[in-house]
Write a protein of this length. Structure first.
Length: 218
């Protein structure tokens, strides 16, 4: 299936586009640039495209002749798997997640997200203050969409991960070590000993993957 067909197919349910790719700031994207990929539909149709994942808008996007388009809402339920470079994505709870572990007894996925910190406001004595709350990507654009403009330079982008673990037929999410401990409450001592000896950082997917593999095998 050619990229031309993918574009036609996805444009039927895609309503927005970006300016030329060179004007886009990719700091809130998962990959440093658009990667060769495949969108596999549930009916077996494979569509080739240059793909990337926007962690701010939480959308899978593709490049077509210098324009970046989001996969439309009508197409999303038809997607089986998205392959980007050497990574695989599926959809869980209407979100794209990247597969870390895919085994009969356990699955581990990571959902890539990011927080946007607005610029500080002038404060007393010449200082600045930042609001404690974060800002959604869409709210900083007048039309409520995530395309059309790059992020302002004075916004801070803080990426973070939410992990999804399918264990014993139960799908649970965790975004901190405390939640991970609750999931493995049946292995409380093992978890405690492992965390004492190993530094597990949720920003480092590999360290989480290694921890889950150890806990499952012991």
């Amino acid at each position: 299936m050619q990229i031309k067909y993918l574009t036609l197919f996805l444009l039927l349910s895609t309503t927005v586009c970006l300016k030329a790719q060179e004007t886009v700031t990719l700091s809130h994207y998962l990959f440093p640039d658009f990667q060769p990929g495949v969108v596999l539909l549930k009916n077996g149709v494979r569509n080739n495209a240059k793909l990337n994942y926007n962690a701010a808008s939480e959308e899978m996007v593709f490049d077509e002749n210098g324009k970046t388009l989001a996969i439309g809402d009508a197409v999303l339920p038809q997607i089986d798997t998205v392959f980007v470079a050497d990574e695989k994505f599926i959809r869980i709870n209407n979100k794209f997640v990247r597969i870390l572990i895919d085994k009969p007894e356990i699955d581990l996925f990571v959902e890539h997200k990011c927080r946007l910190i607005p610029p500080g406001k002038p404060a007393a004595y010449g200082g600045t203050s930042q609001t404690s709350s974060t800002t959604s990507y869409s709210s900083i654009l007048s039309d409520g969409r995530v395309y059309d403009l790059k992020l302002p330079d004075d916004y801070k982008i803080i990426p973070y991960n939410v992990f999804w673990l399918n264990r014993n037929g139960k799908l649970q999410s965790f975004s901190n070590l405390g939640q991970l401990k609750k999931i493995y409450r049946d292995k409380k001592k093992l978890v405690g000993d492992y965390l004492k000896k190993n530094e597990v950082k949720l920003a480092n997917e590999k360290s989480v993957e290694e921890a889950i593999t150890y806990l499952e095998n012991n």
